[in-house]
Design a protein around this ligand. Sequence first.
Ligand SMILES: NC(=O)c1ccc[n+]([C@@H]2O[C@H](COP(=O)([O-])OP(=O)(O)OC[C@H]3O[C@@H](n4cnc5c(N)ncnc54)[C@H](O)[C@@H]3O)[C@@H](O)[C@H]2O)c1
Length: 441
Amino acid sequence: MEEPRTAVTNATDQRIAVVGLGYVGLPLAIAFTEAGLRVEGVDANARRVAELAAGRSPIDDITNDRLAAALAGGLSLAEPVDAHLADADVIFVCVPTPITRSKDPDLGPVLAAGALIRDHLRGGQLIVLQSTTFPGTTSGPFREELERSGLVAGRDFDLAFAPERVNPGDPASASKGVPRLVGATTGAATRRAAALLRCINDNVIELSSPDAAELAKLLENVFRNVNIALVNQLALLCERMGLDVWEVIDAAATKPFGFMRFTPGPGVGGHCIPVDPYYLAWRAREFDFVDRFVELAGDINFAMPRHVVDLVAEALNERGKALRGARVGVLGVAFKPNVRDARNSPAADVIAGMVGRGATVVYHDPHVPTFRDAAGTTYESQPLDEVVGADAVVVVTAHRAVDMDAVYGRADLVVDTVNSSATRDVRPRQVLRLGAGWSGG
Ligand SMILES: NC(=O)c1ccc[n+]([C@@H]2O[C@H](COP(=O)([O-])OP(=O)(O)OC[C@H]3O[C@@H](n4cnc5c(N)ncnc54)[C@H](O)[C@@H]3O)[C@@H](O)[C@H]2O)c1
């Protein structure tokens, strides 16, 4: 096939547009700006655009100062109606890829972004999808949407998939050293996209197709989901056996090869781990293939919040109290420590589960001022004292910013789902640890 005309040869001369300015798109836009490229950031959420334009970063990994420097440099912002996408040489798409209630992929945002680009598409552009999705999206429905313009991928414009591997809240993962993957519909497009990504990353790996890059990203997330399920299941077994799963995992992790440390917890959350594996399971079904690992890991991980509710009931029982009528303090509702991201947090099911069984719940999270539980009730973060003074405290997420010594010093009864009590002085039968049982034996 004839390869499309490449409008610009020098990577740093290219004008970039980034569609979707969230956890993935905003750092990407800023990285290109910092590399000296001109970038237009486009977001469908007018409030998001206004917030960014006012210099307020909505995500933890980008400071307001860094955002301000980018805005003073080459970064401009626009809502879709005002965007100048036809002026861009390269357009990255970083919109959400959620699942429906029945856990099927929802390509709505990706196709909406595709339709937006289609209306501005011109020969020689490179379009790079970066949203996590099932193999076949870039070369299938996304390409079809773009080709409604009358232009043809691989002939008139370039089309690539380059997954994002950032781990929000973990500065090491944002470093230039975490390799990037890219696969496009032609070899020339792969080389072009890789050359551009090398402006912001030292290690770019070229794959044979967008589908391979899409599946590689899903493999990474399925791997994590399955291994988290493995240790969650082991935690339940250790509770029955009277063993401490944390001691067992730490011991196994001393093996310098063939083992990778994963830890149990109250469930999985965020935009990726509870969502992405279902993109693979859904796509596998189109090939008459049941991905049993994905289904099993989902079953185990999604059952963990209910188990946490049972642990709270068990702990209160120890004090001669019922969950019904008890006041329970939840510590941490973000889906992981030291971030403000509470999307799909297991805390939503833990809180709704306890309220459903008659408890009153208060929570404290220094990073999350308001939180909606799985039943749709909205709560406001309360002072730490109020949570620590409850009949029972359940630690869902242990942020660095929370004084855990004070929590264990003052709380009467704690259910610890993340082993935050391990290195602290606790009283016998003060703490019920997930996967390990009561403190003091
Ligand atoms: N958050 C992560 O840690 C992470 C890591 C790797 C990959 N990913 C993947 O990256 C993608 C984006 O995730 P995110 O966490 O950045 O999402 P996000 O919700 O933080 O940001 C997405 C942004 O896209 C905007 N948007 C939605 N539809 C749009 C449209 N049609 N046009 C323009 N803007 C639109 C939203 O307003 C929002 O600001 C997802 O596919 C996700 O799975 C996320």
